[in-house]
Design a protein around this ligand. Structure first.
Ligand code: SDX
Length: 437
């Protein structure tokens, strides 16, 4: 394949099929930043070939203007703003507005958006019945998959995806109700009564209040913890076309309602290779237990015959530090100091990171700590059980999923997602009756 950057501006690459001697010009399209793409939409029609890319390691699935990642430089931008600046200077609902609408809100728009979200935080009272159908020991992610999908049974007036107003109402409802449902999942698991949202509280304060307050006494919200919670939400808000976002997009491409699409995203995020890694990191650190055991686990992570992987390390895109991990590592120290928590797991995590980053296996494969490596230690210090970690990831990522879903629905090039395959099964054969087999 050769590239031609002809001055006419119609950049293309030429594919030569040596089996037939035919050659094909494929357009090259550039965006505002990042790799250009080879437009293969007509490849099958022209050549009879499919492309082949299991895991989509080299495939752009869509146009998007929401998030940009440079994996080699460890850069993450949301609508052009760096994650470091947003984490330092913005707040989660402002980032949600930015992801949804493309620009940071002015003061009036900010207040209007915050008020809109605040007044959607309650859920239909009958939603409680779903929770009571689960065993008390149900994993909160199992509950979230169920109850978020069930929202489509209650909010029929915001399921018409072709109505811009209904799309925005559904978007606001999802952003507003995820903390309420997440807190209810936690309360159900510990046998405490559900706590209603308080409109006078901020988004993060409301979530902490619904999660940790009990009717028997006043609950004092630590401003430092609320700020840390809000920052953790910002760091998990969106991340380009990751597995769960791609799941939301492909579910939405069939015209499914937004609540069902977000439930699909929650399901995908649950996997330990994706959002479930934050829970897996804490389980791994507890399994390692002591610094003296680190070499054994490093050896296991390198052993191809051992399925064990160093959870919280590695990333499909980042071949440098995940910028979110750097912010979370700094927050870890701040929050634990603020709470007066001396968690030996933090020391263990830092020792593990230091040893891994000096090991050729991890260095050669560019396996650095990712967003999940430090987040769990902060969440544990705040008081969340490990089983709630991925629920918090889903809560935050809902704003990204909703923004990407809206972008997909309004994309004029949008089509139902329907990949093909390399078939390796049986060639045609005749049916034989059971007596002949
Ligand atoms: C998230 O995509 C996103 O943006 C996701 C996310 C988001 O915000 O949405 O960033 C959130 O999901 C972060 C990732 C959380 N997952 C984990 O921490 C689980 C542990 N990490 C791995 O499972 C893995 O690194 C992945 C899944 C994250 C990425 O896997 P890839 O890109 O498919 O890489 P790979 O499996 O092809 O690995 C390349 C090599 C292999 O070795 P070789 O075959 O080349 O010898 O690196 C090795 C792998 O065995 N490797 C690891 C490893 N991760 C990769 N070896 C040990 N421990 C690891 N963690």
């Amino acid at each position: 394949m050769t590239q031609d950057n002809s001055s006419t501006g119609n950049e293309h690459v030429t594919l030569v099929d040596h089996a037939t001697g035919n050659s094909y010009d494929l357009p090259v399209i550039g965006g505002t930043m990042g790799p250009k793409v080879i437009d293969v939409r007509k490849l099958y029609g022209q050549t009879g070939y499919f492309t082949y890319d299991p895991g989509y390691t080299s495939t752009g699935s869509c146009d998007s203007a929401i998030t940009f990642i440079d994996g080699d430089k460890g850069v993450l931008l949301h609508r052009g703003y760096s994650i470091e600046e947003l984490a330092e200077n913005s707040d989660f609902l402002e980032v949600a507005y930015l992801l949804l609408h493309g620009d940071l809100p002015n003061k009036a728009d900010k207040e209007k958006f915050n008020t809109t979200i605040t007044y959607h935080t309650m859920v239909h009272e009958q939603m409680m019945n779903f929770f009571r159908g689960f065993r008390r020991d149900a994993h909160p992610m199992a509950i979230m998959v169920g109850v978020v999908g069930a929202l489509s049974a209650f909010y029929h007036d915001s399921t018409d995806i072709n109505d811009p107003h209904q799309r925005m109402v559904a978007s606001h409802r999802l952003i507003a109700k995820m903390p309420t449902l997440a807190a209810m999942a936690y309360k159900y698991s510990v046998g405490q009564p559900f706590v209603y949202p308080q409109n006078k509280l901020s988004y993060a304060e409301n979530f902490l209040h619904m999660t940790f307050s009990v009717p028997a006494e006043d609950y004092q919200i630590s401003p430092a913890v609320a700020r840390a919670m809000d920052r953790i939400f910002i760091l998990h808000a969106d991340h380009e076309q990751n597995a769960s976002t791609s799941t939301v997009r492909i579910a939405g491409s069939s015209g499914a309602n937004p609540f069902a699409c977000i439930a699909a995203g929650i399901s995908s995020l649950w996997g330990p290779a994706h959002g479930g890694a934050n829970e897996a990191v804490l389980n791994m650190l507890n399994q390692i237990g002591d610094k003296k055991n680190i070499p054994e686990f490093i050896a296991r992570a390198k052993d191809k015959n051992d399925p064990f992987r160093l959870m919280g390390f590695g990333h499909r895109v980042y071949k440098n530090f995940d910028p979110r991990a750097g912010v979370l590592k700094k927050s870890c120290h701040e929050v634990l100091a603020e709470l007066g928590v001396d968690d030996p797991l933090l020391e263990l995590a830092m020792e593990l990171e230091q040893i891994a980053l000096q090991d050729d296996y991890f260095v050669e494969r560019k396996l650095f700590p990712n967003v999940d490596f430090y987040s769990g230690i902060i969440l544990k210090a705040i008081g969340f059980p490990t089983s709630m970690f991925t629920v918090l990831f889903a809560l935050a990522r809902t704003v990204g999923w909703v923004a990407q879903w809206n972008e997909m629905i309004t994309d004029p090039n949008q089509k139902i997602g329907r990949p093909r395959q390399l078939y390796k099964g049986e060639t045609p054969r005749s049916f034989m009756s059971v007596n002949e087999r």
